[in-house]
Write a protein that binds this ligand. Sequence first.
Ligand code: G6P
Length: 612
Amino acid sequence: MCGIVGFTGNRQAAPVLLDGLSKLEYRGYDSAGIAVRDGESKTEIIKEKGKLKVLAEMTDYGKAVKGTCGIGHTRWATHGEPSAVNAHPHSSDDGNVIAVHNGIIENFQEQREKLIKKGYVFHSQTDTEVAVKMIDYYYKKYSQQPIEAIARAMVRIRGSYALCVMFKDFPGEIYCARKDSPMIIGIADGESYVASDVPAILKYTRNVYYIGNMEIAKLEKGNVTFYNIDSEVLEKQLTEIKWDAESAEKGGYEHFMLKEIHEQPKVIRDTINSVVTDGKVHFDSVNLTDEEMQQIGLIYIVACGSAYHVGMDLQYVIESLTSLQVRVELASEFRYRKMTLNKKSLVIVISQSGETADTLAALREAKEQGIKTLGIVNVVGSSIAREADNVFYTLAGPEISVATTKAYSTQLVAGYLLALQFAKARGEIEETKYNELLEAIYSIPDKVERILEDKERLQWFSAKLINVGDAFFIGRGIDYAIGMEGSLKLKEISYIHSEAYAAGELKHGPISLIENGTIVISIVTQNGLIEKTVSNMVEVKSRGAKVMAVTETGNYFLEDTAEFVCYVPRIEPLFAGSLSVIPLQLLSYYVSIGKGFDVDKPRNLAKSVTVE
Ligand code: G6P
């Protein structure tokens, strides 16, 4: 999704903007641009299709652009093809209003037509140009006050936006408005920053303000004022970001994805330690009481992408440890399905970014129906974190690679702890079993470390996948849930067509696609289901498939069927997913780099999907 950076201070703005935008590249983009204001008079707009490098070269890495106040943008096309004309910033024809925007303005056609009748001319196909000209119109028609003009436009715009606007009459100032699209504001001595996400400004400041929905902010050098839609001043608390700047850098690794894969032992440990003390899970920070956990009968887990796969895994864990029923829902479906939610339920939304549009909308739908909500969220202060009744923060730190690894793993472990606590609060688990399971959770980081030490074998096997066209992941129960994540990882970064199937479903269709050389990756960790999955492996092998297996140490008999077996340490089967997913992440990584792809920024994908 689009990325936004803005800066006003006493140093040259363009290098800060380009540097900040480079930290947002992971969001996905097809063009980029900056607008920099040089004192009272001139504003220079430079924008181009393609990578940021193009823009950097055009401006001598920003050094050639004078001025200390500016806004920048990386565009991920929604309305209008990727081109220099459609790239942001957009400007009113007289340069009165210049803006960048992330989000989608749904009623832009209607507003565009109204503005054309009033004499406005449009040069791009974007919805953003409509917002710019609306603000220009209200500015000129009424009091010529930026806050009021933006507020008037906001009440007429339907959709989502994070907007940064500069006005010709107000040099050195940036005005921001937000509805349902991420935006944070940073402050340092004599400098103010605005960005779509923390990594863009982490190098300069860790002091941030969160701008709320339907709020406006005025940025001056080292000072920010917030307003509501009625132009009344709002008081805000400054928050300190705990992430250090280094965690948003590659730190010696060739790619963010590899770095993040290797960070997993640490971040899983941190997430466990955030709620476990003295051998017990304490949910004070999550704010969910034992009484509340006793009263709930049904849990809906709602999420998108890999976070949805976490939910798929947790369904097995929660249902096996408690008498709770669990329904796992894709947020994009859940939000539009007209259903009455069970009054005795809890809606758990899982989201790394805390900004995924569908997940946020699903959360709001649940709240509207009066259902209690819990967010498992990574980004502190994100929309979901702020709006959910309760929050369990995963401590994955900034995740830059589009394909999630460490956030997924911390979400999974947060879910395990939640399941365990539900079982305890409801009196559904014995003390010894509780301690045993907690021990098992504690052992996850070390076991992940051991898997990572043995990654060369996977690298060797990955070479066999480089030229394949299709891959199938099969498994039963938790192994099926992990197969879904493995399959997504492979397809999103290596562009190999891949599907995950519950192994028992093979005979209902997919087996017809198996032919000589088809790759089948089988996850085999669940006691009681192993033999059944092995017979599925035999079935595909006899039809020519090349079979790989991920299983636990000791299951050497799988080598009779599989061409390549990857072993992970033994663990309580309920938590096996936290280990078996690691080789699948590594495998996808190696296949992607083996094919020469940009593993951290796969084509057409964005890290956080903040529009529908
Ligand atoms: C995108 C990302 C995935 C992520 C999904 C949900 O598709 O590439 O890695 O799982 O969005 O994002 P969220 O921020 O809500 O976890």
